[in-house]
Design a protein around this ligand. Structure first.
Ligand SMILES: Nc1ncnc2c1ncn2[C@@H]1O[C@H](COP(=O)(O)OP(=O)(O)OP(=O)(O)O)[C@@H](O)[C@H]1O
Length: 331
């Protein structure tokens, strides 16, 4: 049974230019102990999809206007009231954002922030919570953890701050961690360490992780399955090896072709021309058609094509391109 099952999710924001349908019919499952990657260009709805899980919309005028988000043991999350959802936050699902400072209170010592998270959900003494906080910092390989407990966030480096955020995310042993570009703001060595840390938690505790990234290299390094999003929709999903080795959708092919790592393997670096469409009034048919080098007239008609498996594809590898005969043309 899936740990998380998202079906036909629709999430909209009100903006001065109209209603932005940031997520438009997204479906995917996350299995227990799985690292699930979500990739796509900026603005394609990766964050909005994941923020919908816990309705973490900040001050934005956002609403979930369709679909289900079923978390094992907690039920359909959009149906929960704020009080019920507050229980799920942290205890069952924890978030790690790109900028650790947004998750930390600048005026409170790190130790107090971690112990407060723990004591909000567990009936233990302050001293016990402090011991747990210390152990958590050790678990995420923070050096001199006793000293760090007494530090304020601004006194730590970016990498240390992100470790503190991860320690807070791990505090209640959630079943699911959602990491939204957790390493983008960090330098490359620290990025690797943080990713290794996340994978270790999965290996040791069986925690499921959703990892949002625009970096296919990161997906290839640590994810088991992945979804490729474009203009508010999933256009391809499957096992990472399948999707990256046999990309079916022209958008996935184009993303891979634009990867610098492929230069030198007989692939010239070919950035995808143009940009994603407006999500206030997206084009009809396949939303990638205006940028797709394989597009035909039929691609730009009617509703966006649904995900389907195609001849010869492995189980669970599905894509949303109607041009079966050209979709396998190598990019
Ligand atoms: N608070 C908001 N108000 C209005 N529109 C928003 C808001 N947040 C996001 N959007 C819009 O929703 C769409 C999806 O944004 P989202 O942040 O989910 O994309 P993303 O794929 O996560 O991008 P990035 O990689 O840049 O984080 C975009 O068109 C964006 O402009």
């Amino acid at each position: 049974m899936s740990l998380l099952s998202i079906r036909d999710l629709v999430t909209e924001f009100e903006s001065p230019s109209g209603t932005v349908r940031a997520v438009d019919g997204v479906s995917f499952d996350v299995q227990p102990g799985e690292i699930f990657g979500i990739v796509g260009e900026s603005g394609c709805g990766k964050s909005a999809t994941c923020r919908s899980i816990l309705r973490l919309f900040g001050g934005s005028q956002a609403r979930i206007s369709g679909g289900q988000i079923v978390l094992e043991g907690a039920g359909d999350l959009p149906g929960l009231n704020e009080r019920q959802l507050a229980q799920v936050r942290g205890r069952d699902v924890a978030f790690i954002f790109q900028d650790p400072l947004t998750a930390l209170n600048p005026t409170m010592k790190v130790g107090k922030q971690i112990t407060e998270v723990i004591r909000r959900h567990q009936k233990i003494t302050r001293a016990e919570a402090r011991m747990t906080a210390l152990q958590l910092l050790k678990d995420v390989q923070v050096t001199s953890p006793e000293r760090r407990l007494e530090a304020y966030p601004h006194e730590l480096s970016g990498g240390l701050r992100q470790r503190v955020v991860i320690a807070m995310a791990l505090a209640l042993r959630p079943q699911l961690i959602v990491a939204d570009e957790p390493t983008t703001a960090l330098d490359v060595t620290v990025q690797d360490q943080i990713l290794r840390l996340l994978r270790e938690r999965r290996d040791k505790l069986g925690t499921s992780i959703i990892l949002i990234t625009h970096d296919l290299g990161v997906v290839s390094q640590i994810c088991d399955r992945m979804a490729v999003m474009y203009a508010g929709r999933v256009v391809e999903t499957g096992a990472v090896r399948e999707v990256l080795d046999r990309p079916a959708h022209p958008y996935t092919q184009a993303l891979l072709a634009a990867l610098p790592g492929r230069v030198g393997r007989d692939h010239a670096l070919t950035p995808i021309e143009g940009g994603p469409p407006s999500l206030v009034s997206p084009p009809p048919g396949c939303r990638f058609a205006p940028r797709c080098k394989h597009a035909q007239a039929e691609c730009s008609i009617g509703a966006p094509p649904p995900l389907h498996s195609r001849e010869g594809s492995s189980e669970g590898h599905v894509d949303a391109c109607i041009l079966t005969e050209v979709a396998h043309v190598p990019a």
